[in-house]
Design a protein. Structure first.
Length: 105
């Protein structure tokens, strides 16, 4: 049903039951009833891990090296090396790819 492109980088792990949705509909019901729709692309960087049941919404870019916790709903762009969780997903930490984690505070 969705008409937007979905780009997935190299070495990306996608857990079961993840959803990638590129279509967006008008909030005004008269426009929606006319069948108006917009498709926005989704971009997922290299070396990401999306846990089970992650939902990615239209127009979102997920940076390289990100980890998205199971059940999260990604509504906005995420920077490189972010650990994000929640509904909506928010950055909880940044991942130092040498092996240490640092707080996002």
């Amino acid at each position: 049903m969705d008409g937007g492109t979905i780009t997935i980088g190299k070495n990306v792990i996608v857990g079961p039951f993840c959803g990638f949705y590129t279509s967006s509909h008008p909030l005004n019901y008269e426009d929606r009833n006319k069948g108006l729709e917009q498709a926005l692309p989704i971009h997922i960087g290299n070396n990401c891990w999306l846990g089970a049941n992650v939902t990615v919404l239209p127009g979102v870019t997920i940076g390289n090296g990100c980890v998205i916790a199971a059940g999260s709903v990604v509504t906005k762009d995420l920077p490189d090396n972010a650990l994000a969780a929640g509904v909506p997903a928010v950055v909880k930490k940044y991942i130092d790819q040498i092996g240490r984690e640092t707080s996002c505070d």
